[in-house]
Ligand binder design. Sequence first.
Ligand code: PLP
Length: 467
Amino acid sequence: VSPHPVATPGFRYDAGRLACAGVDLSRLADALGTPCYVYDAEGVRGRYRSLTGALAPLAPLVRYAVKANPNLAVVRLLSGLGAGMDVVSLGELERAWLGGAAMGDICFAGVAKGDAELRAALDGRHSPLLHERRLTRGRDVAARGPIGLINAESASEIERVDAIARELGVVANATIRLNPGVSAGANDKVRVGEGASKFGLPPEDVLALARRCGELPGVRFRGLHMHLGSQIADLARLDEALGAVVELADRLDAAGRPVDVLNVGAGVAVSYMGEPAPSDAAWAETLARRLGPRVEGGATVMVEPGRELVAQAGVLLTRVRHVKRAGTRTIVTTDAGLNALVRPAMYGAAHMVWPAVCPPDAAPDPIAPPDGRGLARADVVGPVCESSDVFARDRPIPPVERGDVLAVFTAGAYGMSMAMTFNDLPMPAEVMVDAGVARVVREPQGYADLLAPTALGLAGGREIGGL
Ligand SMILES: Cc1ncc(COP(=O)(O)O)c(C=O)c1O
């Protein structure tokens, strides 16, 4: 069985040189510097079309999970294709709106929404961008209207939503998040659907809260939210969780709290190392089997895919700093590490790493980890002072030298969005390639920008008065 591709078709090796939509990535790294993320716009479009095509019989509302890749160029691209947005903070909400999503097409998840976040979500006059003309470019923040849906997670949150909505003179549409009690996901850091996780509520509590919504004039109960977890490769687990959703929806209907929205969370897993991943068609079939009858009855299905739309449409470019021989091992050290891409350190995730320029016969086509026969093995590690800062351990890789550019594939999701400046390493740049043209969509962070916010410390600090 040939391995599954780990990058969108826009990424390919041409005579041993990696290009994105025709743009040579080694040259791009020379021009802009590294580390640097590169996104394939047409790849994102292709993923979106595949997903919406497969799911068409359910006519779902697609809400892109902004957390996967919040770059405004990505958000704008997807909202331009018709996606709404799924956000988990006021920062993401403002990005979704800035990126072109109508407020009515945004849904807001998260276990700890704050009052200021709810206020801005329900009334643009409370947006932190109200006077930020440079960002809003003439669009009227104050008139943007209330958010489409709040995915509530607790009784306490619903009471706050009601109080704030009444204060603002609006009614908030809300779903309640069910914890389906199904354990799925590669490791305990991403298992969010099992009973012991902090997310959602068990069915009895959802029922009680839905009833309570009937007494709250500021809240309109719309239905259920369920998110089993990210990178779910086992559709049987999803099927089980959907079963719990439908069962609870039936009970809510019977209790006089009709369910007209069924938000079923994330998209499916993607291939990182050539392993098989569920197709959109298989995902759609799983959803249709459980939710089809409800859709026929007039309910609306909502999905919140992030990773599967953008993961394979991004690579991280990093430059080799040193090739270190340590006993029998070869250790390739690079200028990007867990500061730029934390998934390997945080989740034990594996990404394919390959030189951006390699002998033509070592260039994988399509891009997937080759069997590595005849290649020496090396560790590829970042600059951060943590032993977990390792991109690849004992992996076959064509010979590389100091100064070579490496591509870390499948880095378009949960890459830049989780990047940090640990060890005082500046944030990477981001580039979007479209129709053969590369454009910077986030400038590389300079050292002055990195250091400026703490310069107060040199001048004695700013006193907080009135304490
Ligand atoms: C509530 C919610 N919806 C959607 C997503 C997106 O998941 P994915 O990127 O796997 O599609 C997440 C991510 O964990 C999430 O927490």
